[in-house]
Design a protein around this ligand. Structure first.
Ligand SMILES: NC(=O)c1ccc[n+]([C@@H]2O[C@H](COP(=O)([O-])OP(=O)(O)OC[C@H]3O[C@@H](n4cnc5c(N)ncnc54)[C@H](O)[C@@H]3O)[C@@H](O)[C@H]2O)c1
Length: 449
C-alpha cells in the first residue's frame, strides 16, 4: 500500500490538519482509469493467462482484453463449458485452453496470471504461480484460512513477484477522494465506522443455477474439490460453493471483505482488527448451507470500533458511515457526503433547567452573553457532497495490476493488504462459530479467543 498509516499516524494527521480548510463544493470525479501513460509497443505488451472463467473470471477476462497492450494468451478451467466461454469472450477459436493451470505456469509467453477460482484454491494457485516466476492477480478474499494467508505473504516476499488482490473498491475514484478527505483531517479524531450491505433474493443468496451440461465428463470434479474431503459429484456445490465453509468463506469472505478493504483504504491503514465479536445465523436460506446468511460483527481497530452488518434476508443499500469528532462522512455507491459538526455547545445546557430560577436565569443570561453571535452573523453549517461516475471499478483495478507488471511499481492491494483484509473475515467467521470474541495472535499467527 502506498500509505500504510497506523491509527496514531492517522490521528497525527488530524492534529496537523486541525487548521486545514476544506473547500465545500460539489465535485464530480473522473474515472481513476488513466491510460495517459499507455505504452503499447510490442515489447510492452502484457500477456496473461486466466485460471477460472466462471462468474467473476468471465468479467475479468472481458475487461482485461479491453485494456491497451493487454492480451490473453491462454485460459484454464476445470469445466469445459468455460473453455468455450473464454474463446467466445476473446473472439478466437484458437485461444489455447486447458484443464491444467500448470500448463499456463510453464508457458514462457505468459507474463502473469489472473485467478478467479473458489476460495479453497487461492493459496495453491497463487504460490505455484509466483514460484513459477509469474505475477498474479487473485480474487478476494485472498485466503481461505489465516494460515493460507500467512503462507501467501511469505511467498510474495520470497519470490518478489507482484500480487494484486481483487477487491476492486480500493481502485475506486470515490474512495480515493474519501481517503484524501481523511488525510486532510476532515473527520477530526475517528470515533467509529459503520457499514452495511443487504440482499433479499435467491441470486443474492448464491442460489445459482448449475450449468445444464455439467457432469463428471465435462468437469474435473476431483480436482475442483482440491484438498477438501471428497464428495460425490454435486452440481449444486459447484455453482453454490459460497454456501459451504469447506470451499468458501461465507458472507464474510464474499461481501464483508469489500467493506473492510474499502475501510482500510479510506483510513490509510493496513492491519488486522484488534478484536472481533460476531452474531448471526441461517435465518432465511435454510437450503443446506453451513455458513450464516445474517452476520453482524463488531471489530476493534486499535480503540476504534467498526461495526459491519451483512444480511442476505433484507435488501439494504450498501453504505459506510465514518464518524469523527469534526463530523460525519457517509459513502454510498456513488456519493460521499461530509457534514461538519462543531463539537461545541450550540445552546445553553439543558441541565440548567434543574437549577432554581435565580441561578438558572443568571446562567442563561451569562451563556448568551458569552456565546451568542452578533446579529446577522449566525453560523451556518455547509455539507459537502462528492459524486462519482458509475463506472466499473474492475478496469482501474486490473489496469493498476498490468501497469505494475510492466513497470514493477507497487500495486494498490498487495498480499499484505489482502491478508489483513481477509483476516478480518476469518475473525468474523471464527467468532460466529466459537460464539465468543476472538483476536489475531500476531506471534502465534493464529486466531485466539
Ligand atoms: N471482486 C469481486 O467483486 C468478485 C465477484 C465475484 C466473485 N469474486 C471471487 O472470484 C472467485 C471466483 O468466484 P466465481 O463466482 O467466479 O466462481 P465460479 O464458481 O463461478 O467460477 C470459478 C471457476 O473456477 C474453476 N476452477 C476451480 N478450481 C480450479 C482449478 N484448480 N483450476 C482451474 N479452474 C478451476 C471452476 O471450474 C469455475 O469455472 C472467488 O474467490 C470469488 O470470491 C470476486
Amino acid at each position: 500500500m502506498a500509505h500504510p498509516y497506523s491509527r496514531r499516524d492517522f490521528l497525527g494527521f488530524s492534529a496537523i490538519a486541525a487548521g486545514a480548510t476544506f473547500t465545500p463544493k460539489t465535485q464530480f470525479l473522473d474515472s481513476a482509469y488513466d491510460t495517459s501513460s499507455d505504452r503499447t509497443a510490442p515489447s510492452d505488451r502484457v500477456r496473461f493467462g486466466i485460471v477460472g472463467v466462471g462468474m467473476q473470471g468471465n468479467s475479468l477476462l472481458a475487461n482485461s482484453i479491453q485494456l491497451p497492450g493487454v492480451e490473453c494468451a491462454a485460459a484454464c478451467d476445470l469445466y469445459d463449458g468455460r473453455h468455450s466461454l473464454a474463446r467466445e469472450i476473446v473472439n478466437s477459436t484458437d485461444l489455447p485452453v486447458t484443464r491444467r493451470y500448470q500448463d499456463l505456469l510453464q508457458n514462457k509467453d505468459i507474463d502473469c496470471i489472473i485467478a478467479a477460482v473458489p476460495d479453497h484454491w487461492h493459496k495453491q494457485i497463487v504460490i505455484d504461480a509466483m514460484s513459477a516466476g509469474k505475477d498474479i492477480y487473485c480474487e478476494k478474499p485472498m485466503s481461505h484460512t489465516p494460515s493460507d494467508g500467512v503462507e501467501m505473504v511469505a511467498a510474495e516476499k520470497r519470490t518478489g513477484r507482484i500480487v494484486q488482490i481483487g477487491s476492486q473498491r480500493v481502485s475506486s475514484a470515490l474512495l480515493t477522494k474519501a481517503r484524501e478527505l481523511v488525510e486532510q483531517g476532515t473527520l477530526g479524531d475517528l470515533m467509529m465506522v459503520e457499514a452495511v450491505l443487504g440482499r433479499n433474493d435467491p441470486n443474492g443468496a448464491w442460489e445459482y443455477p448449475p450449468p445444464p451440461d455439467l457432469s463428471s465428463e465435462t468437469l474435473d470434479w476431483d480436482s475442483w474439490q482440491g484438498n477438501v474431503p471428497k464428495r460425490a459429484f454435486d452440481p449444486y456445490i459447484f455453482a453454490r460453493w459460497r454456501c459451504w465453509k469447506e470451499y468458501g468463506t461465507g458472507v464474510a469472505g464474499d461481501l464483508l471483505v469489500h467493506l473492510i478493504s474499502g475501510m482500510l483504504y479510506v483510513l490509510g491503514i493496513n492491519r488486522p482488527p484488534t478484536r472481533a465479536m460476531s452474531a448471526g445465523g441461517i435465518l432465511r436460506w435454510n437450503d443446506g448451507r453451513n455458513m450464516p446468511d445474517v452476520h453482524d460483527t463488531i471489530f476493534e481497530y486499535g480503540k476504534v470500533p467498526a461495526v459491519m452488518r451483512l444480511n442476505l434476508g433484507t435488501e439494504i443499500p450498501e453504505n459506510y458511515r465514518f464518524m469523527g469528532s469534526k463530523g460525519l462522512m457517509e459513502i454510498t455507491a456513488q456519493q460521499i457526503t461530509f457534514t461538519p459538526q462543531s463539537g461545541k455547545d450550540e445552546s445553553p445546557s439543558w441541565y440548567a433547567n434543574s437549577f432554581p430560577r435565580s441561578l438558572r436565569d443568571a446562567y442563561f443570561q451569562k451563556w448568551h452573553e458569552e456565546h451568542d453571535p452578533p446579529l446577522g452573523h449566525e453560523p451556518v453549517t455547509q455539507a459537502t457532497m462528492v459524486r462519482g461516475v458509475n463506472y466499473n471499478e474492475l478496469k482501474p483495478h486490473l489496469w493498476n495490476f498490468f501497469q505494475a507488471v510492466r513497470t514493477r511499481q507497487p500495486v494498490v492491494e498487495n498480499a499484505s493488504f489482502g491478508h489483513n483484509a481477509a483476516l478480518a473475515c476469518h475473525l468474523a467467521n471464527e467468532s460466529y462459530f466459537r460464539k465468543t470474541a476472538v483476536y489475531w495472535d500476531e506471534r502465534a499467527n493464529s486466531i485466539s479467543s
